[in-house]
Write a protein that binds this ligand. Structure first.
Ligand SMILES: NC(=O)c1ccc[n+]([C@@H]2O[C@H](COP(=O)([O-])OP(=O)(O)OC[C@H]3O[C@@H](n4cnc5c(N)ncnc54)[C@H](O)[C@@H]3O)[C@@H](O)[C@H]2O)c1
Length: 377
């Protein structure tokens, strides 16, 4: 049976959820904030996508901002006049929290104590301590607490995951994952510390969650530097280096003041390299045919000669397009419903979110002290 879900916070993301659920498409249309009808594209369900509407029904929304309530009313969505009225509605099964980050802990705890399951936007909290308090209440009440780490369902990540899992570039020894913008931090709560702002909490949480989900290893060392080019209060970007137990290295970088972007992904294995340049997943995979011809004649490089950096003969490398991936974009919504019905395990768990938060805390500490942090020794 379809679970009834009420949304608190109907701004950019909350309104996207409202459309995604109300139309059943699962497509969170960001333009909902400004566009009149907001859902021009939302009715389009891709062939592989499950129908969210058969699993979740929009019970209604609540936002403290009257403009957002007006928008929701215009869309024909049921309205609640307070958060308390959502919690008091016995027909509501799930509360979806899409408010600024500093509110998540108290709203999640109140919802679970009122007998509701919770789907909580990322970052679920700003500190591991806050999340521990939530998980304690989840255990006490038996209510599901589901972190919404939706970017595990991004096409670029699915491709990288396939390359990593199937060793399409051989055993991987280095991964770089980055997102780069040029507009600084948006001029909203994301620029303010008290609201849980900053790019580590905003984007870092996605990139780190994906990496930790993919690589089944402990992280031994973490080093991080943060930037404050456009904002002194919170980080407007960071560069983080990690060493995994096997020696695999990973770099995660987020920046908001780059007018030329580096690729989203660069992944290096013993027998190949792959790159994904942008969200359209334009990229390629080059695979070595043999290590035999490793010696080369020196080439002129700049003002000097080099054998080491001489390019390979085209014959010793095969270039491929990136592998295809098939997946259900709406799996997270479906898995939430299945988990509540006891039919499945959570794909994104509170424990996973806790590990990511602790990793981000190690990164903050490294940035502050300038030291390498020993993590999961
Ligand atoms: N998973 C993703 O891809 C993704 C993308 C964007 C944002 N988010 C997350 O979604 C959450 C919201 O971000 P956003 O970009 O929608 O922000 P936003 O500022 O656009 O929306 C937040 C809304 O919450 C409302 N609000 C504030 N306090 C409230 C309260 N006490 N009760 C009810 N409503 C309240 C505000 O009026 C606003 O409309 C954040 O946690 C953010 O990190 C996730």
């Amino acid at each position: 049976m379809s679970k009834r879900i009420a949304i608190v916070g109907c701004g950019g993301m909350g309104s996207g959820h409202a459309i995604a659920i109300a139309t059943g498409s699962g497509i969170a249309v960001w333009g909902a904030v400004s566009s009149k009808d907001g859902n021009a594209e939302a009715g389009r369900i891709q062939s592989l996508d499950t129908d969210v509407g058969s699993r979740l029904t929009l019970a209604g929304v609540y936002d403290i901002d009257p403009h957002r309530m007006k928008w929701a009313a215009g869309m024909g969505y049921p309205l609640y006049d307070s958060y308390e009225s959502i919690l008091a509605d016995a027909t509501v099964d799930i509360v979806l929290i899409a408010t600024p980050n500093h509110l998540h802990r108290d709203q999640a705890i109140a919802a679970m104590r009122a007998g509701k399951h919770v789907l909580c936007e990322k970052p679920v909290t700003s500190t591991s301590e806050e999340l521990e308090a939530i998980l304690q209440v989840s255990a006490e009440t038996g209510k599901v607490f589901y972190p919404r780490q939706n970017r595990r369902w991004d096409r670029d990540f699915r491709i990288i995951r396939r390359i990593y899992d199937e060793e399409l570039v051989g055993p991987v020894f280095n991964i770089e994952s980055r997102v780069q913008g040029s507009r600084g931090i948006p001029g909203d709560w994301r620029g303010k510390k008290a609201y849980g702002g900053g790019m580590m909490l905003d984007w870092g949480v996605h990139l780190l969650d994906r990496l930790l989900d993919m690589i089944p290893e402990k992280i031994t060392r973490v080093f991080c530097t943060m930037t404050h080019v456009t904002n002194n209060e919170v980080d407007d970007g960071f560069k983080m280096q990690m060493v995994f137990e096997s020696g695999l290295t990973a770099t995660v970088e987020v920046s908001t003041c780059n007018f030329i972007s580096l690729p989203l992904w660069y992944i290096a294995g013993r027998e190949g390299t792959a790159v994904i340049h942008d969200w359209s997943c334009f990229g390629k995979l080059s695979r070595l045919k043999t290590w035999e011809d490793s010696d080369a004649l020196p080439i002129l490089a700049g003002a000097g000669l080099t054998k080491t950096m001489a390019p390979r003969d085209t014959g010793s490398i095969t270039e491929y397009t990136l592998p295809d991936v098939q997946f259900d974009n709406n799996e997270l919504y479906g898995n939430l419903a299945d988990t509540i019905e006891g039919k499945a395990e959570q794909l994104v768990t509170g424990i996973q979110a806790l590990r990511v938060l602790r990793l981000m805390e190690a990164a903050f500490q490294s940035a502050e002290t300038g030291e390498v942090m020993h993590f999961e020794p």
